[in-house]
Design a protein around this ligand. Sequence first.
Ligand code: NAD
Length: 377
Amino acid sequence: MIIGVLGARDEDKRVALTPKNVAQLIKLNVSRVLVESGAGKRAFFKDSKFQEQGAEIVDRERVLMESDVITTVAIPDDEDIRKMKPGTVLLGVYYPLTEKELVSKFVQAGISSFSLDLIPRTTRAQAVDVLSSMATVGGYKAVMLAQIHLPKFFPMFMTAAGTVVPAKVLVLGAGVAGLQAIATAKRMGAQVSAFDVRAAAREEVLSLGAKFIEVEGATDDKGAGGYAVEQNEEFKKKQAAAIRDVAVNADVIITSAQILGKKAPLLIDEAIVKEMKEGSVIVDIAAVSGGNCELTEPDQIVSHHGVTIIGYCNLASTMAMDASMLYGNNLFNFLKLIIKNGDLNINMADEVVAGTLITHEKKVVHERIKGLVSTPV
Ligand code: NAD
């Protein structure tokens, strides 16, 4: 079996597998690994490093036409899809809950696609959970960006020239990214408060030494696989008031509230930004799904009412080396589930495999996606 590593054509600096993963794949008796020339360059994994571990460096066309399994960090475009042979297995993150047209294209081209953003959030799936890996990078980097743009220190200092008070950081959304942001801001000496609609998040926030903002009456759906659900209007009003009170005194707000497959909830409107202290910084990790702040612009740093608002959509790419290492390890762990004796073995009895397979044998096979895609299947 031939495994391919396709480079990203867009701004994404990450690569889907690293040289270490190539060596691991060869030990799994995979016959060849084809890496697109330059695919790892922007993450500082040179072609020569892939070659040293047994990969062949080839052009994009050969990766697309010869590979049985193609690993990606970016969504392949129409030209890429046309060049893949029917039956090719694609492995990456394709957002099938919103990218319905792409799913139809996979069906038409006879591509078997595994989209790891649909990974079940179970203990067993942790080793392949790219969402958690990338959220960890995003949460950390968001705090670093906030510090760079904040005209103040994070920790408290007692100096001969006066006392520096610690920065106040508010984190909205305490999933993987939010918890990493809390831990990072705490390590840097900030005073941290956080809020999440899921009851389970409270304990996690407190265990990191942050203050939890209490708002009664959130809808917490146990059937949503651990994900948050949309809240009713009454709760949204209570939540807005509680957030406002803390937000206007914060130096930094990190927002990471998301709802799987939906637009991110609006938590910081312009009125709150207007009341915030001049010089404050908002880093909107949810920018990729519409943003939690009304004034966020995707992939831009903007300033409104004296507040800097950062809306980078792919924070993981800004730390491409470690992000690729984590992503590559997740993909390798997934490949171990679908490779047996060097050949492809799609075991639908495995909930991690079945939970991520979107299209197979010219059909949409994922229950949740079936109803969303209109292509005759
Ligand atoms: P996510 O990126 O989907 O959302 C980020 C956070 O935003 C979530 O904590 C969510 O509750 C919160 N949120 C949504 N709407 C909100 C609102 N209106 N106000 C405030 N907060 C809001 O989340 P994620 O990091 O992908 O985690 C999703 C779930 O999966 C969590 O329950 C997490 O603990 C769980 N998880 C489990 C595993 C595992 O067991 N393998 C791994 C990672 C995550």
